[in-house]
Design a protein around this ligand. Structure first.
Ligand SMILES: [Zn+2]
Length: 138
């Protein structure tokens, strides 16, 4: 069963992480271990941490009874989430982040805004792009 540690803030979490959480929760449940999220956008992380943009989640591991089960859980989550998620076993928690590999994703349908033809590529990640703030006055 999924639960959040007191104080965990999820405002701004990216949809990709909901998929990761769903998969990880299923794996924990399969091993009869309570699934507790200990951090999403809250807490203090490294300067360029994906936590600050809602693309990382920390999960409790102290309730996993043995290191063997811990390893099995991590391996299964990794295999089910695939290459675009990093699943990292830290000393006191499991860190999962969305980190797509490569810099481009295929565009399978033309996009009206760009007019790019099928099969062209676009940059998948625009983390460093600043959003324009447009103020509206009526
Ligand atoms: Zn983390």
């Amino acid at each position: 069963m999924l639960s959040l540690k007191t104080g965990v803030f999820v405002g701004g979490i990216k949809p990709e992480m909901l998929l990761a959480i769903a998969v990880a929760d299923q794996v924990y449940t399969q091993f009869n271990v309570a699934f507790v999220i200990t951090s999403v956008l809250d807490g203090v992380h490294t300067a360029r941490s994906l936590h600050y943009v809602g693309e990382a989640v920390d999960i409790r591991i102290v309730n996993i009874p043995t290191t063997a089960i811990r390893s099995s859980i991590v391996a299964l989550i990794k295999s089910r989430l695939g290459i675009h998620f990093d699943v990292i076993l830290e000393s006191d928690h499991l860190h999962i982040e969305f980190d797509p590999k490569g810099t481009a994703i295929p565009v399978t349908t033309p996009r009206p805004t760009t007019g790019q033809a099928e099969g062209r590529y676009e940059v998948a990640r625009k983390r460093k792009t600043k959003r324009k703030v447009v103020s509206r006055k009526s």
